[in-house]
Design a protein around this ligand. Structure first.
Ligand code: C2O
Ligand code: CU
Ligand code: CU
Length: 525
């Protein structure tokens, strides 16, 4: 009998290893087109003159796949850009060499629960988590970042974020700019101390509730905001707002309208011309830039244009000491045209057919599921709940293979609050410091696993000054995964729950709000 025990001992161990929830072994039957190591680690880089800056970075290595699947934005901070095609199989071996727990999420991607980077799947320093999935999304601009509960803000801030660009056959036919003419532009705001070290929130809980606002803009992980492009060429500029809390009203400084061709997870049906574009945290927008008639040495500037923040009290918006108050005007990007090259690409008149969802397909067409985003007792909430790692309520449970309409409400407290949720002991009441609904803030709302269509943006309860200053900057047309829900706004979205059951997240993508618990599970069963 003793020997039987000895024999079964290693066998049991092996089984445990295989079924481990940590997902640390590769599936030998999965044949990846792209297999990479993605290692998160500490690093030190020369960002400025003088002392180097401590950052966190993703280091990559290709095990299988083409060299151009990975593009480094810079050698040091932020990135990389991963380029994949619909239908490809990818294996990503995430290695955590950070001094804390982490897990990586593929923002906008349609993947099974265990590859979604849920906070419950965090791994410790020294551990590996292997992702193996097929790219099922249509061509679009997606991204990836850590998602450990309570630490997403600081981990992204320290440098952990990259783009995931998906192409497909449909897009290929359009002959859009490629290679160096397909340009990622990651916008972030940062702040530094005298020794060139990154400054994050240091003024306590109030600061966190507002969210981080830096005092300088970084483009693609660099402080100089400069991009050299070629005169005579046409470009596809893929903007990603990877800031923690800041959102932008992007527009060319000379008043030329923006030509928008894509948003989040799809191209548009046809190019659209807008005076400016609002870009909430985690949102993406593809902008067409035609430099054919521009001589060398021309300089173009993209700004964040002024807008009204209304009831969002300026003094409290994390703006203390920042030279870039939210809603003020400042430069985001400077483009200089150096060499001349005509890449002979014309803007197509028609891009593609979006096949958006017909509202009549929804099981709740006249009765949307309602999600209210607000603050109560100094806590950001969704329908009165805050984060629970595996908790999920009935009203957060949907059925596989159904289509639903959800209504998202920024019904923040105080003056705009609805009696039910915010009444009585609500923090706005007699609380003192929070009088008058000052804590109503914009929330960029993101839903994992799906791409949705926006059906309606009801602004009847918005501060008209705020709305009038931003209203031409929204494109409610396309496939999206994140939507900027301004104070008082009500947005109806429609989506299908397909292919994968499981627990997925929906949350505010203001990373400080998210870290404080403005994040919940929803369950597909
Ligand atoms: Cu950008 Cu829950 O993620
Ligand atoms: Cu996501
Ligand atoms: Cu929020």
């Amino acid at each position: 009998t003793g020997s039987a025990v000895l024999l079964s001992w290693p066998f049991l161990n092996a089984c445990e290893g295989l079924s481990s929830k940590k997902n640390e072994s590769a599936d030998p039957d999965f044949e990846p087109d792209l297999d990479i190591d993605l290692t998160a680690k500490e690093s030190q880089i020369p960002l400025f003159q003088g002392s180097s800056t401590k950052v966190w970075m993703f280091e990559t290595k290709i095990n299988t796949g083409a060299d151009d699947a990975i593009q480094q934005l810079n050698d040091i901070y932020l990135g990389p850009i991963l380029r994949v095609r619909k239908g490809q199989k990818v294996r990503i071996r995430f290695k955590n060499k950070l001094p804390e727990k982490s897990i990586v999420h593929w923002h906008g991607m349609h993947v099974p629960e265990k590859y979604d980077g849920h906070p419950k799947d965090v791994i410790e320093n020294g551990e590996t988590y292997i992702y193996e999935f097929e790219i099922m999304n249509r061509a679009g601009t997606y991204w990836f970042h850590p998602h450990p509960h309570g630490r997403t803000g600081p981990q992204v801030y320290n440098g952990l974020a990259g783009m995931l660009i998906v192409s497909d056959d449909e897009e290929e036919k359009l002959n859009l700019p490629k290679g160096e003419f397909d340009m990622p532009i990651v916008i972030q705001d940062r702040a530094f101390d005298q020794e060139n070290q990154l400054l994050y929130l240091n003024r306590g809980r109030m600061d966190k509730m507002m969210g981080f606002m830096g005092n300088r803009i970084f483009i693609n992980g660099k402080p100089d905001k400069n991009l050299n492009l070629k005169a005579g060429a046409t470009y596809r500029l893929r903007f990603l707002n990877a800031s923690n809390s800041r959102f932008y009203k992007l527009g060319w400084s000379d008043g030329t309208p923006l030509t928008v061709i894509g948003i989040d997870g799809s191209l548009l049906e046809k190019p659209r011309s807008l005076p400016y574009m609002m870009l909430g945290v985690a949102e993406r927008v593809d902008i067409w830039l035609d430099l054919k008639d521009m001589p060398k040495e021309t300089e173009l500037t993209m700004k964040s244009l002024p807008f009204s923040t209304g009831m969002m009290n300026m003094g409290m918006m994390g703006n203390m000491g920042t030279t870039l108050p939210l809603g003020s005007e400042y430069d985001v990007l400077k483009i200089t045209l150096d060499t001349l090259e005509n890449n002979n690409i014309e803007l197509p008149e028609k891009l593609l057919t979006l096949n958006k969802i017909d509202p009549s397909e929804a099981i709740n067409e006249d009765n949307p599921r309602i999600f209210k985003f607000f603050m109560r007792r100094m806590q950001w909430m969704i329908n009165g709940r805050t984060w629970e790692e595996t908790g999920v309520a009935d009203e957060e449970t949907v059925k596989l293979n159904t289509t639903e309409i959800w209504q998202l409400l920024n019904s923040g407290g105080g003056m705009m609050g609805d009696g039910g949720m915010m009444g009585g002991k609500g923090m706005m009441g007699n609380g003192g410091m929070m009088k008058g609904g000052m804590m109503q803030m914009p929330h960029p709302i993101h839903i994992h696993q799906v791409q949705f269509n926006i059906l309606e943006r009801d602004v009847s309860d918005m501060d008209p000054d705020v709305w009038n200053s931003v209203k031409e900057g929204f494109i409610d047309d396309g496939w999206q995964d994140t939507v900027l829900l301004m104070p008082g706004m009500k947005i109806k979205i429609i989506m299908r729950f397909e292919d994968f059951k499981g627990l997925f997240l929906y949350h505010c993508h203001n990373l400080e709000h998210e870290d404080m618990g403005m994040m919940r599970n929803y369950k597909i069963e």
